[in-house]
Design a protein around this ligand. Sequence first.
Ligand code: PLP
Ligand code: TYF
Length: 395
Amino acid sequence: MFADLSDAPLDPILGMAQVFAGDPSPQKIDLGIGVYKDENGNVIVLDTVKQAEEYLRNTQTTKSYLSSAGNPQYNDAVRGLIFAPGSDAHGRARTIQTPGGTGALRVGADFIAKLRPGARVFMPDPTWPNHPALFRAAGVETVVYPYYDVAAGRIRFDAMMDALGEQLTANDVLLLHGCCHNPSGADPDQAQWAAIAELLERTGAMPFVDLAYLGFGHGLEPDRAGINILAARVPEMIVASSCSKNFALYRERTGALTLVAGGERQVEAAKGHLLPVVRANYSMPPDHGAAVVAHILGTPALRAEWEVELNGMRERIRRVRLELVNQLAGKGGRDFSYLADQTGMFALLGISPAQVQSLRSDWHIYATDSGRANLAGLTMANVAHAAEAFASVTR
Ligand code: PLP
Ligand code: TYF
């Protein structure tokens, strides 16, 4: 079975870390994989996470199995982050813990394949490369819809709505990024979310929202606005969320899948059908990250501290974005002013593969092959070098 295999391709994002590690230049900047870095370029453990870990070390009495749904306190807390407790959507939503946002997406994809054979999942062009891969692996057909105009630096809303209006049927699923679209950083505004909700109502298609960056756009409340606009209008929805970024728990694999249905009875039934999908896959999620998040969100003082840490991450990204745009002004090359209006870690630089290569070999700056840059890799110390490079390769 293994004898005649050729070398497998590197993951387009994860593979770059190896290339970066091999560059000896002291000036090198990693703008590849989407992790938040602090002003010293480190991917740190949050202080609130350290405190929760200390608490768990002192109080945890067993490592016995949990259920397929994971930690109930975590599930309730995450549901409350997505939908305001007491709201209609919160009442008809149920959350299960999953191994990361990726695990949530995959369980959701398997669930769709099980309940709606023949469903197509419409995903934005461009999107996170793992989206088509994992839906296809689950046996779900994928269709692409226009989303972002790289040259113009903004979303192609009319083209998106025209394409979806023509093609979506009641058997289909519409994949949307809840906030901080990966890779573009460009999201619908509130009026556009309302128009998407209207389109879903009209076509009967179900939204599947990937929420990997809650709190990284404009804040916890504004970042969940789009999802809540949809939930108020459509009967059913799936949300895949992640604590990888907003709790910096990446390797702890801490995510959640939230189902919204027409009412409490329907959502309980739907959850009942979801759990066998989990059991037949990984049985149950890993405990640690979710136990940490449950403790933070369930302890008011820690929760307030966490929000300060989250705001700090978001505001630092905002500062380097603005500083980059400032430093680029008047240098010639591409007009990068759109970067100031976009949110989250990522931006598409709108450069060719040859220009991406020139960034690496001439400037020691590593963006992905698609020209995506993780702007959280910039600091006040290296942003001038990045601005010089971006202007130079686009002149
Ligand atoms: N969805 C998007 C758009 C992402 O960028 C990521 C990456 O982190 C994920 C999902 C998955 O996150 P996790 O690391 O929690 O699996
Ligand atoms: O897009 C990114 O860089 C992040 C991190 O298989 C990531 O979402 C990338 C690839 C992957 C898992 C996480």
